[in-house]
Every structure is written in C-alpha cells, then in structure tokens.
Design a protein around this ligand. Structure first.
Ligand code: TRP
Length: 477
C-alpha cells in the first residue's frame, strides 16, 4: 500500500470535511435552486434526504475510505479484492472521478464570479448602487466570456497550486478562522435583511411546505443538492476518510458536518430571500440570485464596501476549500496508479476541468441558446452538466450505501463505527434499504419525465444492474 499519511489530529477530518461541504453549494446553489423550485417543498425533500439518506451514506463513504486507506478508485479495487466481490464496484471510484471533473468545471466558473465581486466590493464600485445598476452589472459580467474565463482560470489555478504543493492539509488553521467568520458575516447580512428586508415573507416562502409545488425535476434537483452540499457520493469524502484518524467517531462527525452545513445554507437562504422580498426582486432568477441580491445589501449598509469585500473573500475561501476536495481524489488516484508526482497529477486533472469549464462560460453568453445541448436536452451545456452531476452523485451514493451495507462484514463495520449494536443495526438498515430505496424512488419518479425515453431506459438498466450486483455480492459474501 502506498505511503498514505494519516491526519494525526482527531479533529482534522471534521474540519476538512466541513471545509469541503461548506461552499458555493450553500451560498449560491441552495438559494437559487430553492427559488427556482418554489421554496418550501424543495427544502422539505432536501432536508429529508440529508438526514435520512445523506448522513448514513456519509458514514458509509468515510468508512470505505478509512478501511482502505487509499484513493477512491484504488481503494475500491482493494476492497473488491479483499471482499471477493465483483470488480464492477470499482465503478464507484470511476463514476466519482467523472463527477468530480464535471463539478469542478462549473464550480470554478461560479467561484470566478465571486472573485469579480470581491474586486467590485473592495474598490467601492457598487457603493450606493440600486437594484437596476447591480443587475445590469451582473448581466455585463455574464455577457463577457473573456472576463469570465480570466476569473475561472485564476480560481482553478490557485486551487491547483494548493493541492499540487500538498499544502491543503495545512490550511486547517485558516479554516478554523474562516468558517466562523463566514457564519458571523452571514448573520450580519441576515440582521440587515430583518431590518431592511422582509424576513416574514422569506420565512413563509422557505418553510411553507406544499409538496405539489415541486416539479418532477425539482425532486431530482433537491436530492442532487443534498448530495452536492455534503460533498457526497463521488469519492471526496472517501479520499478524506482515507486520511482520517482511526479514533474519530464516524457518526458524530457525519452529524456535525450535516448540521453545520445545513445551518449555513438556511441562514444564507433566509438572508437572501429577505432581501429578495424586501426589494421586490424575482425569486426564480436562477444562478445570479446571490450575486444580484447580496451586493444590493452591501451597497446600502454602513461600511458596506468593507463588509461586502470581506464577505466575498470568505466565499472564495469556502469555495477553495471545497474545490481542493474535488481535485484531491482524482489527483491521489493518478499518483497511486501511475506513479506521477503530485504536481503532474494535479495539472492533468485541472487542465482538463478548466477546458470543460469553458462550456459553462459560454452557456451564459454565446452559447446561451440554439446549441446541440438545447436541441437534445432542452437546456444549456451548464444546465446539462448540472443535470448529469445530479444523477451521478446520488447514483454513486446508492452504490456506496449498497457496498458498505452488504459487502463489509459485521465485525469490520462494528470496529469502524465503534458504537453499540443498536446503532449498528439501524445504520445498516438505512444503508441497505432506506437509502437505496429513496434514491431509486426519486430516480424512477423523475428521470423519465426529464429526458424523454433515453434516460429512463438507462436509469432502469442501471438500477437493475446495481440490484443484480448486490445479489452477486450477497452470494459471495
Ligand atoms: N459541497 C461543496 C459545496 O457545497 C461542493 C463540493 C465540494 C462537492 N466537493 C464536492 C460536491 C464533492 C460534490 C462532491 O459547495
């Protein structure tokens, strides 16, 4: 086995996992998807999947990483050998690598927008601006592929530098300050929203559950978002789990991550929608939501340029600690499998994701309509990539749950979980049946409506395949 190092401090994994979980998913994606999907119903499905499916699968994913102590692909290869199961389970690692690459490609472009706003804030360009000016400024950013590519390049290069130099394990001390600071500043924005916006309307929008409001694709987006926000189902948590100290509690860690992550998303959502309702903006304006509403608050609040500048710097920090967890699993694989140096491995991963990211860049301007993606899938390339990741992450999570639930032995799991038999049995019930059933349910319900006939056929085949594999597993176990 390669010389994998272990984070010696018990709390390091927790910090790294929170760093990975908290990011653009909480601040940018959660509010905008909630807005597009009518609010409460979306949040209900999102929260249910986080707690009933996400936490057990989070435990399963860290467990697979910690028992194998290798990168996801090599780790799964190792586990399929030691547990005499089909090699097909290695696809957990491959699917995860594909998802990491797709997510990083658009994640970096959106983080680039935060870079733009950091600049605008610190130079005081938006002080006193009104809603019309701010939206026009955002539209101008979207209209410029050159500027977006520049920011995208800067962000991805900086993330690559951190992982390439191997110093990401050292950014814990930074995270220890940044995460609470981010939370504090969100509270400041929320207070501003309570005073100057309409927090009642926001709470009403977010917490009135009317399940009939949710479109079928909304179900898929809600489930996808719950995996996305926890960094789940694609190997990032497995890769970090491989470095996790054997003493740390899997269950407590998973609950803590889910709790912090959800709290940040909720505060961000409340703050943003208070401003949206207060200023009479559209809830369903899409990916620009955070970038149009928050600057509006900073434009008007005392010391807004400074507060806004610090806020966007913290957003960038949160995005970087997430993007390095997207690079790490693939880079670790390339290092282990092909004996590359770290910088080489990171360069390959990042250059490919950078090139793919150009598709997201042009999705907001020159390729905003009339492309092959619109003809085939009725959406832009960016939206198509998001759809793919919404499928890949839960699918990966489903396979992780099945493997951890059926292939690992009771004594292995007991050793990893380190708890009593009751929680072991509950957890195993959750990963054997509840998680897989919930994910399959959402897939079966939504995918046929989303993409005509191609995707349901593929989806059914995949589910049957996974089921067949789990049967084989049982025989050989
Ligand atoms: N969870 C991060 C966010 O909310 C995004 C992210 C980082 C991610 N690593 C991941 C998503 C791995 C899926 C898988 O911003």
């Amino acid at each position: 086995m390669s010389g994998h190092n272990v984070w010696t401090h018990k709390g390091t994994f927790l910090l790294a996992a929170v760093g990975s979980a908290v990011g653009l998913g909480n601040l940018w994606r959660f509010p905008y998807l909630t807005g597009e999907n009518g609010g409460g119903a979306f949040i209900l499905i999102y929260a249910l999947t986080i707690f009933a499916v996400g936490i057990p699968i989070f435990i399963a994913e860290t467990m697979l990483g910690r028992t194998s102590r290798q990168s996801p692909i090599m780790g799964m290869r190792h586990l399929t050998k030691t547990h005499k199961t089909s090699r097909a389970w290695e696809s957990i690692g491959w699917l995860g690598a594909a998802a990491a690459f797709l997510i990083l490609s658009f994640y970096s472009v959106i983080a680039g927008w935060a870079l733009h706003y950091t600049w605008l804030m610190l130079t005081g360009s938006l002080v006193g601006a009104d809603a019309t000016t701010i939206s026009a400024g955002f539209d101008a950013l979207l209209a410029s592929p050159g500027l977006m590519t520049l920011y995208h390049t800067l962000f991805i290069a900086f993330s690559a530098l951190i992982v390439g130099l191997g110093i990401h394990k050292g950014i814990e001390s930074g995270l220890r300050i940044m995460m609470p600071a981010l939370f504090a500043i969100l509270i400041v924005v929320l207070i501003y929203g309570v005073i100057n916006g309409d927090v009642g309307a926001a709470a009403n929008f977010l917490f009135t559950f009317n399940i009939a409001d949710l479109s079928l694709e909304g179900w898929l987006q809600a489930m996808g978002q719950s995996f996305f926000t926890l960094s789940l189902g694609m190997g990032a948590i497995m890769a970090y789990g491989a470095y996790m100290s054997s003493e740390a509690s899997l269950t407590r860690t998973a609950i803590a991550v889910a709790f912090v992550d959800t709290a940040i998303a909720m505060v961000a959502g409340l703050a943003i929608f208070s401003l949206v309702f207060g200023a009479g903006l559209e809830t369903d304006q899409g990916p620009g939501l955070m970038f149009v509403t928050l600057p509006l608050a900073f434009a008007d609040m005392p010391f807004g340029a400074l507060v806004g500048g610090v806020f966007f710097i913290l957003v960038l920090g949160a995005a970087i600690s997430s993007s390095i967890s997207l690079i790490e699993p693939v880079a670790a694989f390339l290092v282990e499998r092909f004996d590359m140096t770290r910088p080489q491995a990171v360069t390959i991963m990042v250059v490919a994701a950078w090139a793919m990211g150009l598709l997201t860049v042009v999705s907001f301007n020159v390729w905003a309509e009339g492309t092959i993606f619109h003809a085939l899938f009725e959406r832009s390339a960016f939206e198509f990539i998001e759809l793919l990741t919404n499928i890949f992450m839960p699918l990966g999570g489903l396979m992780i749950a099945l493997f951890a639930g059926w292939a690992l032995t009771q004594s292995e799991v007991m050793k990893e979980l380190g708890t009593n038999i009751t929680w072991f049995k509950t957890w195993r019930l959750l990963v054997r049946f509840v998680g897989p059933a919930a994910v399959s349910f959402v897939f079966l319900r939504t995918i046929p409506q989303v993409e005509g006939y191609v995707v349901p056929t593929l989806g059914a085949l995949l589910i049957v395949g996974v089921f067949a594999l789990s049967q084989r597993l049982r025989k050989s176990a």
